[in-house]
Ligand binder design. Structure first.
Ligand code: ATP
Ligand code: MG
Length: 595
């Protein structure tokens, strides 16, 4: 199954793809040929466009297109509530509900281009509001339900939100007392968690409005460049930025659902990301529906045994999750996973943070499948680089660019400008050639910051990476997080991955701390697996272990134990917070910090 190949981490051989007879034919069977012959027009031709040549609309492609092809009765959304209830919506039910939502926006006088914010836990209304908003050509602006009042108001104001869809509880706690700080907000549409009517002053009852609205709605002409989505970034490196996406992004959602997630008609697809983050919208709403598959939504947050149960009982076939969740499952032990069976699971992918090679391989043991890492950003709107289903997996690598995506590594020149690095395995900044349909069209209210992203015809990602001789990309670290110690450039990911290979370590966050002789000293913060307690002996053992694995120049000089590492609400380790704590600096924006 495995052999060593140059470019792969020495400890983690390449995982060659083998297919069993039961596997579906992969959508992408020849990577090189598909890339060479790729053009966006042929992807566009696989979508329908609005009837009468009225343009392209994300929600039409996701829902109505399937109904018009006779798939109306197929289950589009299977929803699992935290209290054990389950609900199913067919494509036709979703069509009618989203039509009602579009009609009620119309009745309120909300027009194309207006911003509709949604602050909800993962309830069905969130999905209906998202797609109904897109049908009405208003802009869907998701907010993560765990945000506090300040980050909510800040985002609603930045987006000049006219409408907010939220629940009664969230409204009472996070909106009502701050309502006057959101001057553009005209309509608050409330969902009562208990299923009743919400008659709070200054709000409208969503259920009542839905009931009064017609089930038929004709989507108006939608231009490819019409604004569709406003997503705020995770705030890992600083103040979250508002990235604007347009309707033709749908081509990217479709293409990546097809090639990177290998979606097939009869799949049961589960994306664990919340729509408050771009993954939860691009792949937790849009891409699966575009492919006419049944998508699963689980209302509660992470719960290891519940998740294993869902994977087993619901017979999930394609699963999209994140490194933080995988590391939490790993912490619960492989034994727990092995109590369950996942015979229909055929593909597992991860995004959001670097996926440690150990986690890729753990998937094989625990789930019966390796985990396919992929890379993208809020700004890119869709998956850009992936361990594609058809390619061999190189554990620790992000994979190769999707068809239609041109990626490279650049170095910055002294006098300004950049130059492509052609030699393999050299570190530089990861850059992408603009032109893919889901590229962000602006940072809200920050044209200057937006234009700084583009240099000499490339979009600069602010991530450092290298490319091996076979075209696989390897993540090194965020430009902000890379450590310069005694003349070496050290990527935190490499050090963190080595540390979590030690049986005691569950998670690791590595930063550079200012130090006189070295410039920066490598310091690691680690949380431990159950059964291990912090001690001087363990600290020394870990220091020695890292030195042996990484060499003295790269290994941490200091290790601190933490119960829990600071993370963004989307589950990313916040190294800037660890750094600020070390240097006594005050932090700029912690609106996305987990409780
Ligand atoms: P902000 O831009 O506000 O600091 P953020 O960059 O974390 O936050 P996102 O757009 O949610 O916001 O995340 C994109 C970033 O996440 C990438 O630029 C990269 O640093 C990291 N990332 C995503 N996937 C991967 C991956 N597979 N491997 C390594 N890093 C990844
Ligand atoms: Mg970013």
């Amino acid at each position: 199954m495995a052999s060593s190949t140059p470019g792969a981490d020495v400890n983690y051989p390449v995982i060659h793809k083998t297919r069993s007879a039961a596997d579906a034919e992969p959508n992408l069977d020849n990577y090189e040929a598909t890339c060479a012959n790729f053009d966006w027009a042929s992807i566009r031709a696989e979508l329908d466009g609005l009837p009468g040549d009225q343009g392209i609309n994300i929600a039409y492609e996701a829902i109505d297109r399937h109904v018009s092809k006779g798939l109306g009765d197929k289950i589009a959304l299977r929803w699992l509530g935290k209290d054990g209830t389950a609900l199913e919506y067919s494509f036709d039910a979703l069509r009618r509900q989203t039509n009602r939502f579009a009609n009620l926006l119309q009745a309120l006088g909300v027009g194309p281009g207006d911003r509709v914010f949604v602050l909800c836990t993962r309830i069905p209304e969130l999905y209906i509001a998202a797609l109904g908003t897109l049908k009405h050509r208003a802009v869907f602006c998701p907010l993560f339900s765990a945000f506090g009042p300040e980050p909510i108001a800040e985002r609603v104001n930045a987006g000049e939100g006219r409408v907010l869809v939220t629940t009664r509880k969230l409204y009472e706690k996070k909106i009502a007392p701050y309502r006057e700080t959101m001057p553009n907000l005209e309509f608050v549409l409330l969902v009562d968690e208990a299923g009743g009517k919400s008659e709070l002053p200054g709000t409208r009852d969503l259920l009542a409005l839905m009931e009064a609205a017609s089930e038929e709605y004709v989507i108006g002409p939608t231009g490819p460049e019409d604004m569709a989505l406003l997503h705020f970034t995770s705030g890992t490196t600083g103040k979250p930025k508002g990235a604007v996406h347009v309707h033709q992004a749908v081509m990217m959602h479709y293409m990546t659902g097809k090639y990177a997630l290998d979606l097939h008609e009869d799949d049961l697809f589960w994306c664990t990301a919340d729509p408050g983050w771009v993954t939860g919208t691009s792949y937790g709403i849009i891409a699966p529906l575009l492919h006419g598959v049944t998508m699963l939504v689980d209302e509660p947050d992470f719960d290891g045994p519940r998740w294993y149960n869902i994977l087993q009982q619901q017979e999930v076939t394609v699963w999209y999750t994140a490194p933080t969740a995988i590391r939490m499952l790993m912490k619960l032990g492989t034994d727990l996973a092995q109590q369950y069976h996942f015979p229909r699971l055929r593909f597992v992918a991860s995004v959001g943070e670097p996926l440690n090679p150990e986690a890729v391989v753990w998937g094989q043991e625990a789930l019966g499948l390796p985990i396919h890492d992929n890379w993208w950003q809020t700004e890119t709107g869709g998956i850009m680089i992936a361990n594609l289903p058809v390619l061999d997996i190189r554990p620790g690598s992000m994979g190769r660019p999707l068809p239609g995506v041109e990626a490279t590594i650049v170095r910055h020149l002294e006098g300004g400008g950049i130059e492509e690095i052609s030699e393999p395995d050299e570190e530089g900044e990861l850059a992408l050639k603009p032109g893919w349909p889901s590229m962000f069209r602006s940072y809200l209210h920050n044209e200057e910051r937006y234009s700084r992203c583009f240099v000499d015809g490339w979009y600069l990602t602010e991530d450092l990476a290298k490319r091996d001789a076979d075209g696989y990309f390897w993540f090194v670290g965020r430009a902000d997080d890379v450590i310069k110690s005694a003349g070496h450039l050290i990527g935190p990911f490499e050090v963190e991955s080595a540390l979590i290979e030690h049986p005691a370590v569950a998670e690791a966050g590595v930063i550079g701390v200012p130090e006189q002789t070295l410039g920066q000293m490598v310091k690691a913060f680690v949380s431990l697996n159950p059964g291990y307690t912090p001690s001087e002996a363990l600290r020394r053992e870990l220091l020695g272990y890292a030195r042996k694995r990484l060499g003295a120049a790269v290994a941490p000089k200091e290790i601190a134990f933490e119960d829990k590492l600071p993370k963004t609400r989307s589950g990313k380790i916040m190294r800037r917070l660890l750094k600020a704590r070390e240097t006594g600096e005050t932090l700029r924006d912690i609106s996305t910090l987990e409780d």
